[in-house]
Design a protein around this ligand. Structure first.
Ligand SMILES: [Zn+2]
Ligand SMILES: [Zn+2]
Length: 417
């Protein structure tokens, strides 16, 4: 994360001020993602200085003498500090000069990180011991960190208790979720603690009811592994106005290929469906591992709300492993997930493709006219001038590994409408 503002406040406290509460003011500008505060002072054997924070609305949190470092974000914060928006205005570091036998020099370092679009990678499908997974939520969070991922979604089967037992971690965003697990298919709901009251579905109408309830409550859902040989979607994909589809569940497979083909057929019909992926990890397994596949999201902040917003707007791509690069596609001034106005008499449209880093494989540029480009690449950026016919409904890109015969990364589309 790039640091936008760092400042250091100093104060010398002598014995005469022992027992006083002091406030060191600092100002915060609009649209902050995170505020970190680090306290240091001389002679810690003798001096005791307590730490707290106030925001423009008043008291925000207190850690006394227990901590020298605290952070605040909209969705998570050091225990002892309230989570919530980081309002613009006058903030203050609260100090308590609890014990100062002679004199104490205090230094407070404040780091403000401004919100900015960045790429984050994570696993959107996994289970904890709140359903049939082997690990606690805390263990899963540790595993996600170990897998070099930035976020995870808790998608236990039919229950919500996992969403109320979050550990607080600075570097991992935790998206609340649930896997609606019916006897005829599964769907993940993301973004809210309890998208529906009760999972039990006995009919298509019931399933539609859960989807409507989820949407009303601020959630966004994906149909999971619809062509899985064990748990396929048997409610009929055609009955629903589908938000998202899990085109890649666990290791690449024939079932995933079928879902990829089904997704493409939806795009051909002019539907807008966001493609995502998830590992569906339950426990230690040779092939089913966190981040296999990884979903990259281009989000305004590293918070569950902004990550779900990125999913909703199709600012997402799916890579084979946590080491797979993100892909960004752009035509004119429209990026992946966006819509570009279709003008049928225009010349063909250019396409820019960029990856996080250099990628070697076969690139496929796909529209409703089929695979219009299929060639080897070994680069970080590609530009195709006049490549897409102007009557296309969408364009999307896949990069394949020739040796493994599986995708390295799959983009979401840009739509023309
Ligand atoms: Zn499932
Ligand atoms: Zn699952």
């Amino acid at each position: 994360m790039s640091t936008d503002k760092q400042l250091t406040l100093t104060e010398t406290i002598d014995h005469s001020r022992q027992g006083e509460y002091l406030t060191l003011p600092f100002s915060v500008i609009d649209d902050m993602e995170e505020i970190k505060i680090e306290l240091d002072f001389t002679d810690k054997e003798s001096n005791v200085i307590d730490l707290g924070v106030e925001d423009p609305n008043g008291f925000r949190g207190w850690s006394g003498g227990a901590r020298k470092e605290v952070f605040l974000r909209e969705d998570r914060a050091t225990p002892g500090y309230n989570i919530g928006e980081l309002p613009e205005g006058k903030w203050g570091v609260i100090l308590n000069a609890y014990r100062v036998p002679t004199v104490c020099s205090v230094t407070v370092k404040i780091t403000c990180i401004r919100s900015k679009r960045r790429w984050y990678k994570g696993d959107l499908h996994l289970h904890t011991n709140h359903s049939d997974g082997a690990y606690t939520v805390s263990e899963v969070v540790e595993n996600i960190r170990y897998a070099d991922l930035d976020f995870l979604a808790l998608t236990d089967h039919n229950t919500f208790s996992q969403n109320f037992q979050f550990p607080v971690v600075e570097d991992i965003a935790i998206i609340p979720g649930v896997e609606l697990t019916t006897n005829k298919g599964h769907a993940n709901f993301y973004g809210v603690h309890q998208p529906f009251l009760d999972f039990r579905c006995r009919s298509i109408e019931d399933v539609q009811g859960k989807m409507d309830e989820g949407i009303t409550n601020g959630s966004f859902y994906s149909i999971n592994h619809p062509h899985c040989q064990y748990c396929p979607w048997e409610w009929g994909l055609e009955h629903f106005d589908i938000n998202m589809v899990e085109i890649w569940n666990g290791p690449w497979s024939e079932a995933n290929q079928k879902t990829l083909d089904w997704w493409d057929s939806q795009l051909k019909q002019g539907e807008k469906v966001v493609a995502i992926g998830g590992s569906d990890t339950h426990r230690e397994h040779k092939k089913i591992k966190y981040g296999f596949p990884t979903t990259w999201l281009n989000a305004w902040r590293h918070s569950p709300g902004k990550l779900v917003e990125a999913m909703k707007s199709g600012r997402a791509c799916v890579g084979r492993t946590p080491a797979s690069p993100w892909i960004e596609i752009k035509t004119m001034d429209t990026y992946m997930g966006g819509s570009y106005p279709r003008v049928n008499n225009l010349n063909d449209i250019p396409l820019e493709v960029e990856f996080k880093e250099k990628v070697k494989g076969i690139i496929k540029v796909i529209t409703d006219h089929g695979t219009i480009l299929n060639e080897a690449i070994d680069s970080q950026k590609v530009y195709y001038s006049n490549s897409i016919s102007s009557d296309s409904k969408y364009v999307r890109v896949e990069v394949w590994d020739v040796d493994l015969e599986e995708p390295i990364v799959i983009s979401n589309p840009i739509y023309f409408d």
